[in-house]
Design a binder for this molecule. Sequence first.
Ligand SMILES: [Mn+2]
Length: 314
Amino acid sequence: MANVIFSHRRDVDGLMSAAIFLRRFRDAKLNFVDYGKENVEELIKKLYALSQGDFVVIADFGLDDDYAKRLSDVLSELTKKGAIVYWLDHHNWSEQSISLVKQAGVHLLKVKDDEACGAELVHKLFGGNDKFSLTLSQIAHSTDFHLPLDEVAKTLACVVDYYNSMEKSVCDKNLERLAQNLAEGVFLDGLIYEHFLQYKKQEEKAIEQLLKDTRTFKVNDFVVAVGFAKDPLGPTKTCDIIRENVKSDIQVYVKGKKVSFRRSNNAIDCSKIAKNLSGGGHEYAAGGELAFDAEKHRDEALEEIKKAIQKALS
Ligand SMILES: [Mn+2]
């Protein structure tokens, strides 16, 4: 019997979801997941490997329609085996995905995207009266909802971006160590500080390059600014920088196959755009995937992104 959590690799909300779960279940096994074919295949494989009696939580991770059937099938097998599965999320799901997961015997806590972040849901269900777990969930809340950040939250957001610029297995090892620290009440130690400094060193050059590599075009009356991002900048940071420097309604982060959307115009629904690239998310922030590496085929990438936005706006 094991306590297992799968949470989003990309941001502080996913990290805090894991840390809060770990405070409650000190022996918990942490897994970090992300969108895109390769990542979801890995998640399915890991779910298949779980056993009867396991207690499984998926947090801060949306279910895209493309994978709804296969994921609900494996979850259904898991609950039939006797495992208990919770899925806590605040991304936009289709009605069909919601009913598939419910039919699979999963305890689904799915709130509206602005109602609570993933870590707040984990705290609500498993945090009990633990004050520090509440603090961790509040840090996640401020980063997920783009509120003004204190220095601790800013630092953690940089470190998570830095880890995501590393190879996946190295990234996950570092994230797990960070979550272990957080679960014990440690925000910063020597190694995390060193990682923060390395992030800062690379950040300045990356911003300069990003602004050189940002392209704009119009769809209907909306200005779209697409940035070909450089490590260690993550999607949120990249789109923030574009928004501050390029007058635009939609900001797009592209790196490898990954594409992320943010908006500065509430008429846009980012999750609708991302759905056209096998993805999803929130109205204000969403992500999807190209079938090819954008770095090698920039014009084609711009074309695909344009098509996805046109389709969503029509
Ligand atoms: Mn979140």
